[in-house]
Design a protein around this ligand. Structure first.
Ligand code: FAD
Length: 141
């Protein structure tokens, strides 16, 4: 099996409210488990930052569906690689809001003004997600 990791950032559309997010999460956890996909979905009131890890065909197929999902737009691929191992093996889809994060953490990855996930390079995007997962391990949803 070829293991791949894919990270993208996107902007929520007005079709994405709390209820829609809960639905996305519930569907993701169910379907990802079936497809051996793991990862994390980080959000704030305006964007999503998601990492998907798993078999190449399954991740590619899911991503092409995610690209067409009208609940978000401006999807930008930040990383696509074949890592030696998974960074998020424990979660079919961990779910974390920037509101739950330590502001110092966001500052570390922020540019001059404020944290903007569209400005992250591939290495920083992955490091950021690993970092916040470690920090939030106790209350990660
Ligand atoms: P269907 O439900 O038949 O979907 C058909 C089409 O309708 C798809 O294009 C779908 O995107 C769209 N759609 C489905 N429900 C709604 C709705 N309530 N409102 C508007 N459009 C809708 N799915 C996963 O399985 N795993 C993930 O990790 C995952 N992460 C996501 C992250 C984000 C930021 C978003 C926005 C969506 C994510 N999804 C994820 C959902 C994914 O886009 C699909 O909706 C889901 O996988 C079901 O797709 P389907 O084609 O099997 O089913």
């Amino acid at each position: 099996m070829r293991l791949v990791r894919l990270i993208y950032v996107s902007r929520m559309t007005e079709r994405c409210d709390i209820e829609a997010m809960q639905q996305i999460l519930a569907v993701s956890r169910l379907k990802n488990k079936e497809k051996d996909i793991t990862g994390i979905l980080c959000y704030d009131p305006s964007y999503f930052l998601q990492c998907l890890e798993g078999p190449r065909d399954a991740v590619n197929e899911l991503y092409s569906g995610i690209l067409r999902d009208p609940r978000h737009e401006n999807v930008v691929l930040l990383e696509y690689c074949e890592p030696g191992e998974r960074q998020f093996p424990e979660w079919s889809m961990a779910f974390l809001s920037t509101a739950d994060m330590n502001p110092g953490m966001l500052k570390k990855y922020a540019g001059v003004e404020k944290f903007d996930p569209y400005e992250l390079g591939s290495k920083d995007a992955c490091n950021f997600l690993v970092h916040i997962t470690e920090q939030a391990r106790d209350y990660l949803r």
